[in-house]
Design a protein around this ligand. Structure first.
Ligand code: EPU
Length: 337
């Protein structure tokens, strides 16, 4: 195990904040994970586990040990005539896995093209886009239990997936490190193009016979036209979750704001946070070195020299505006560190 000191975390968080880790190690297997935790424990240090850093807000230097997960590998775990189960190391780059599976003709991940981050981080918040969530293709995952050093297997129901939610954000938080994820992909793809923008884009691209590559290309096109590339402009994707309000509150809102889009749910009505934030006048606004993206108000950006504290202050101001105008509490989707 190689422990480095005073390492800039800039390459390890997609906001691009240059906070430092007192200690840093990159680990490629679960034995090294055990060693890293023992090392930190012996020195009474806090630990912070990072994948691609695409869903975190670093608010300052980290005084403990940062453990960067670099467990690699993509392989077929098993297959039958209809499905292939693909096991991926937690440190694999999500989009590389998607492209690999598309190239093999395995369906299920194409709508989730170009989502930043790593495989290990994906189940934590049940990543989703364009009508598909990871839970739809999830088979099981393996996770290292910090307290015992043992590897445990979690199937779908055990993960308690919900909208941008899983057990790893709640009762299992801080207790496990996901080391691999196995997806069940189909050899005879059925396409999900119900999401409006996806259908429109496929039509514009003159795609008449759907195939994995075309759907993926359309998703990539939509994402690139709306969402900033973290390599060019620091961001963590959607900063807030889309709130679910009661049917009664929605009807009242709809009376005042007839244009408010809505997605009915079992427990109420989901409304897009981006719309609410834009309606409060935040879209494209800049506060110092940070701001609200000009094409998608749900994305907060770092123009270069911004800090996590500045983004946090901006996020709080946005939450206050939305609460005042609509009476809705926005919950962050990103994890504050
Ligand atoms: N909208 C606005 N103004 C904005 C942004 C959006 O009015 O600035 C409106 C749009 O016109 C549309 C609605 O809000 O009517 C929904 O917008 P969009 O389709 O862009 O999706 P979203 O709800 O803003 C969610 C996910 C994204 C995912 C897209 C596509 C969350 C928190 N975000 O965004 O996920 O890519 O749907 O499925 O659920 C992420 O989690 O990081 C992420 C990017």
């Amino acid at each position: 195990m190689n422990i480095q000191e005073h390492v800039s975390l800039r390459p390890y968080n997609t906001f691009g904040f240059s906070h430092y880790a007192r200690y840093f190690t990159s680990i490629g297997d679960t034995d090294s994970l055990q060693a890293a935790f023992s090392w930190a424990h012996a020195r009474n240090l806090h630990t912070l586990v990072l994948g691609g850093g695409s869903n975190i807000l670093l608010r300052g230097d980290f005084h403990g040990l940062v453990i960067h997960i670099a467990i690699k590998g993509i392989g077929v775990w098993k297959e039958d005539d209809s499905y292939v189960w693909v096991k991926c190391g937690a440190g694999e780059i999500w989009h590389q896995v998607v492209l690999h599976c598309i190239a093999q003709g395995w369906g299920g991940l194409e709508n989730l093209s170009l989502i930043p981050g790593t495989v290990g981080a994906a189940p934590m918040q049940n990543i989703g886009a364009y009508g598909v969530e990871i839970k739809d293709v999830f088979d099981h995952l393996e996770a290292f239990e910090i307290a015992t050093g043992e590897l445990r297997t979690f199937d779908g129901p055990t993960c308690k997936f919900g909208y941008r939610e899983s057990i790893f954000k709640h009762e299992a938080k801080g207790k496990y490190i996901i080391s691999s994820v196995t997806f069940r992909l189909t050899k005879h793809p059925e396409f999900n193009t119900t999401y409006g923008a996806l259908q429109e884009t496929l039509e514009k691209m003159n795609v008449h016979t759907l195939n994995l590559k075309a759907v993926s290309d359309a998703v990539i096109h939509i994402r690139q036209s709306k969402l900033p590339d973290p390599a060019q402009l620091g961001n963590a994707g959607s900063f807030f979750k889309n709130p679910v309000v009661s049917t009664r509150q929605f009807e009242e809102l709809k009376n005042t704001y007839p244009d408010l889009p809505s997605y009915p749910q079992a427990n109420g009505v989901k409304v897009p946070a981006g719309w609410l934030i834009e309606a409060c006048g935040w879209k494209g606004k800049r506060m110092g070195a940070v701001g609200v993206h000009h094409q998608q108000a749900l994305v907060l950006v770092n123009y270069g020299e911004g800090t996590g504290e500045e983004v946090e202050a901006l996020a709080r101001s946005i939450q206050e505006s939305v609460k005042e105008k609509f009476g809705i509490d926005l919950q962050p989707e990103v994890n504050f560190i």
